[in-house]
Write a protein that binds this ligand. Structure first.
Ligand code: ZN
Length: 373
């Protein structure tokens, strides 16, 4: 198994400033400067653990490139791209669009490199240079809408990659599985009326964006049936996530028969995350990866690309990232020292309220049709 790996030191230089988690410091409002939730350390520490554990020697390093403006415009409005570019030129930079997603000078270049890294990953998989790939990118992408960035995302990396696979690599159907703890609203919006791209989002119910990702959101027009949402109760652990995969995500992908599976891979459903209230362990993420690889093997020759999204505990996230990448390439390195603690948390196994929520979402499977003929 050859696994492609994409990272660039520039991703650590994306600068969200000194917000106190979400909010810009302002003494008049009592907000002290601190560190933005989406700071570099979580991602940089994944990369450093990949190197220090020796896993880097088992991965095929692929150099990211910048996405071109035309590639970004396959998903985003020209006004949005022009605004991000202009704000990126300013001393101090700008904001992706919602006031909680600041970026520094040169942010346009870093966001273009993040989108381009996922394109490179998809190209490597389609060319057969690798079996699967992980793009450890920053800034993330899954909240970015065609007309604006939001939720720390400037450009929708996964959506841009899906369009690239469709328009340039001959993929007819693409499934996007999003296991970030927040709703993959941007990706859903891009493809809401498009039956060629199935979006499936597993997320904690009503965390971000608010009032988004309800089970009733199934797509519109020709795309009706090709958006699936599994809003999970807070406290869902490895058992609930596994049940959601087996009951909704895997059957959906099997029915859909895509040519490529993309994963929006956030680790903020992790048991120690400051932004989510879920309990997934590194072993849980390992299992999610195994199941996704199995279904990709079944339907599309194993073509699988994961693009990094959220995950905000710098101590724990690296072990989740390591577990996923170990699984992709079939190697094992160091053990997660937190695992005995987080795996023993009460109610890691599927709970009745979780089962009910997942079963409700499974009703949406009926709207997915396989390939014609
Ligand atoms: Zn997230």
């Amino acid at each position: 198994m050859t696994t492609g790996y994409l990272y660039h030191e520039m991703f650590g230089w994306h600068d969200p400033g000194t917000a106190a988690g979400l909010f810009a410091s302002d003494p008049r409002l009592g907000i002290q400067p601190l560190q933005h939730f989406e700071h570099a350390d979580t991602k940089r520490r994944i990369h450093e653990l990949i190197v220090v554990s020796g896993l880097i020697d088992e991965l095929l390093r692929i150099e990211p490139r910048r996405a071109t403006e035309d590639e970004i415009l396959r998903v985003h409005d020209r006004e949005h791209v022009t605004r991000i570019r202009a704000e990126s030129e300013r001393p101090g930079g700008g904001d992706a669009g919602d006031g909680i997603s600041p970026f520094g000078s040169g942010g346009f270049d870093i966001a273009s490199l993040a989108a381009g890294a996922v394109l490179e990953a998809v190209e490597a998989v389609f060319a057969g240079r690798v079996d699967n790939a992980y793009a450890l990118v920053r800034p993330p992408g899954h909240h970015a809408l065609p007309g604006t960035g939001m939720g720390f995302c400037l450009f929708n990396n996964v959506a841009i990659a899906a369009r690239h696979a469709r328009y340039r690599l001959g993929a007819e159907r693409i499934a996007v599985l999003d296991w970030d703890v927040h709703h993959g609203n941007g990706t859903q919006a891009v493809f809401y009326d498009d039956p060629a791209v199935l979006t499936i989002s597993l997320h904690q119910d009503n965390v971000f964006p608010l009032n988004s990702g309800r089970v009733e959101e199934l797509g519109s027009g020709a795309g009706r049936g090709y958006s699936l949402n599994v809003p999970l109760p807070p406290g869902t652990g490895d058992g609930g996530y596994r049940y959601a995969m087996e009951t909704v995500c895997l059957p959906a992908i099997r029915r859909f028969q895509p040519d490529l599976v993309l994963v929006a891979s956030g680790f903020d459903a992790g048991a120690m995350d400051p932004m989510g209230r879920q309990m997934v362990t590194s072993d849980g993420f390992r299992r999610l990866t195994e199941l996704t690889m199995e279904v990709a093997d079944e339907v599309c020759g194993g073509r699988l690309v994961l693009s990094h999204e959220g995950g905000y505990n710098p101590a724990y996230v690296p072990f989740c990232g390591l577990a996923v990448m170990e699984t992709l390439c079939g190697k094992k390195t160091v053990s997660d020292p937190f695992l005995p603690l987080v795996a023993a948390m009460a109610q890691q196994e599927l709970q009745p309220a979780q089962r009910d929520a997942i079963d409700l979402a499974a009703a949406g499977l009926a709207g997915i049709e396989g390939r014609a003929g």
